[in-house]
Design a protein around this ligand. Sequence first.
Ligand code: GLU
Length: 508
Amino acid sequence: MNDRIRVRFAPSPTGALHLGGVRTALFNYLFAKHHGGDFLLRVEDTDQNRFVPGAEEYIVEALKWCGLTVDEGVGVGGPHAPYRQSERKELYDHHARELLATGHAYLAFDSADDLNQRRAAAEADGKTFTYGADNRATMKNSLTLPPDEVKKLVDAGAPRVIRFKMPENEELILQDIIRGEVRFNTALLDDKVLFKADGMPTYHLANVVDDHLMAISHVIRGEEWLTSLPLHALLYRAFGWEMPSFAHLPLILKPVGNGKLSKRDGNKMGFPVFPLEFTDPDTGEKWRGYREDGYLPDAFINMLALLGWNPGTEQEIFSLAELAEQFSLERVNKSGARFSPDKAKWFNHKYLQERPDADLAADLALLLQRDGIQRDAPTLEKICRLLKERANFVADIRDASQYFFRAPETYDDKSRKKCWRPETPALIADLARLLEGITPFTAAATETAVRQWATDRETGLGKIMNPFRLAVIGLADGPHLFEIIEILGKTETLTRLDTAINRLQVEN
Ligand code: GLU
């Protein structure tokens, strides 16, 4: 095997890629980039029954959104094309025959009925039926039938599968980069089907053949595949191939309680578990996506990277390039990583603060457009600069910015009771006169003038600012008021003061 680091993300297009899948892709990508190696995308679509239309496109789009550029594979091509397993059938067929020829596999002709009967009989005895070393001699296969009968059946096109001949009782000691030594006894393993009656290989055969032919150096995948490791190791041995290194990533756990994070948890607790929105073509069920929920891809990736990996320092904010620089499989934990929707929001908040105001404004413009609101870019930029500190998403800025686009229709009652005194209307009328004379109507100019005016008339600034704010935005708090009125402009500010004077009830 050459020394080049080559890893692959090998999803099955059985539905939308969930958080855990994206994290597997990410860790593969980071490992490849850290070592200057290749990141491949292989689509494992040999299980026709579980094929979901649109799933492959979804996967490609999700990786793109996350910025995980594929070096070789589906959608990109490369020296080992095709990268879609359904287009590589002959290769698997050829390799399955090789295993038959070397005695590592055999043909099995048992019908579904035969197998069901055996299962039922075992169950009646309180046992579970597994096709393996214990009973393969009692089944209908090329190990038990005379060769000429096998030939006859094959020539007649009898339905058959190819099974792996599992060694009877062997202790396998294997290495996992994250878990260290892992042991398996083959006595507990069955004769897995490698090739199905429909002419398609199973996952195990196709996966091992492709990892070898595509010169994969490291297999990095979810913990749920650890139980397949002994079979895969034995397949490499049967073919006489060197094994890649293996790393099985920890599970992503539910935010609360026990167990693996599931797509239902997201709906129950109100957070997305998919990178992009997804409509299940079978059920019509709709699933939220991080992208559509307003997450920035870099924030999403940063959050995912820390689910199971840690840099060994306090650093939490990483660009994709920094992650690639620092990533190592040795710093991936064995134990499950608990997912936190709040932490996901926290990351988005952090990235939102760093985003150029012009970009935020462009996103805000799109959201406002849906509500029929249009404003020039410089105004929207100012609004974003003012409101982003308290926002996790651009949608939060939209929600908090409504008073820029509409004069208040109601006024915060608590604040009104507290600050709208009998003398307030006259005070606000005076303030309006003061503001009318200020040109240009900038935050700095109005603030200086109002402060001076308050000093001159010996009125506490608080006495002015609270009703002033209430009159302009209808709320008791918000960002710097002078910045707000600069954005609103003089005319609108004066109109709102006038409206408040006429509409607000004085509290005695
Ligand atoms: N096709 C498998 C999946 O859907 C790939 C497992 C592996 O990476 O070996 O996750």
